[in-house]
Design a protein around this ligand. Sequence first.
Ligand code: M6R
Length: 369
Amino acid sequence: EKDGFPSFMEKEIHDQPEAVAATLLGRSDLEGKLTLDEMRIDADVLKTINKIIVLACGTSAYAGQVAKYAIEHWCRIPTEVELSHEFRYRDPIVDDKTLIVSLSQSGETMDTLMAVRYAREQGAKTIAICNTNGSTIPRESDAVLYTHAGPEIAVASTKAFLAQITAAYLLGLYLAQLRGNLFQGQIKDVLADLAKVPAKIAQVLANDGQIKELARSMADTRSVLFLGRHVGFPVAMEGALKLKELAYIHAEGFAAGELKHGPIALIEEGQPVIVVVPSPRGRDSLHAKVVSNIQEVRARGAKTIVIAEEGDESVRAHAEHVFYIPETTALLAPLLTTVPLQIFACELATAKGYDVDQPRNLAKSVTVE
Ligand code: M6R
């Protein structure tokens, strides 16, 4: 069932074009009208929602952090992302105008289940974005939006992450449609861009030779830092988590803008820093800011490894290694930039001789609090 791949993780990384495509399938028509069948919450209720809280753990929480950028941008609804296990213990402000969106691959994560239960008791409406049919979290929620990534066997989450971002984006577009925040043409454009993502992921996968080679050459590395900005920030944290859990290497993801507020003190000769660079085509100056962060860490001896958009030549002069991903919009970039980071962690762990499907000390679903 590994389809000829040496591990489930590698198979699941390669399943990603299909996982995103299947999650998009049948949820919109040619005019860009979204129909989310399992959205059993009344449209009138969804129109009165004044706050969204996304609840999740681990990789699913990083998907939530990516989604926050899109949901706030499209729907203009204040959106918080909280680790499920922190949520209940801070006396959160939740009422019948709060929409809870839980993200869980397994649908059985006890921390997330308990947080959803708590929110429901406070009168909130709950939507589960979940990859496992009939699991507990969707059963205990008002509505469910299934990710159709197919079963994920490897402990480290890969295809579920991309499918969660896709589903959360569909939810954001659905709410924007319902509440009139976006014109139909704008929604149609985003859906058209999303439809092109699976082929672009396939392109990244087809060009994995260079990143694998780099990963193998770094098997003795003791620490790797990841930097990103805007949606690239949660991607950086996800890249770091993959490396920790698979290769048992100290890894940390930072918001690039935070560097000078402390983390830059960590940089010494030879420290590898992987930077997720935003598109230079963006309207704001984020690209230039991240490029200057690369220069700052390099000037202090860092070995810089860059994930950038095809055609972005400006990064070459400042990086030991550049990996290019196909062009897309700023909000959709995480569906592509994450992939080389998954391949990197998987290949590096394999080079160290570790079992990437069953990392030490971890379970696929964490069913205790
Ligand atoms: O099944 P869930 O999505 O609720 O699981 C959440 C986390 O336990 C999970 O994402 C974990 O962090 C993975 N090992 C990450 O690769």
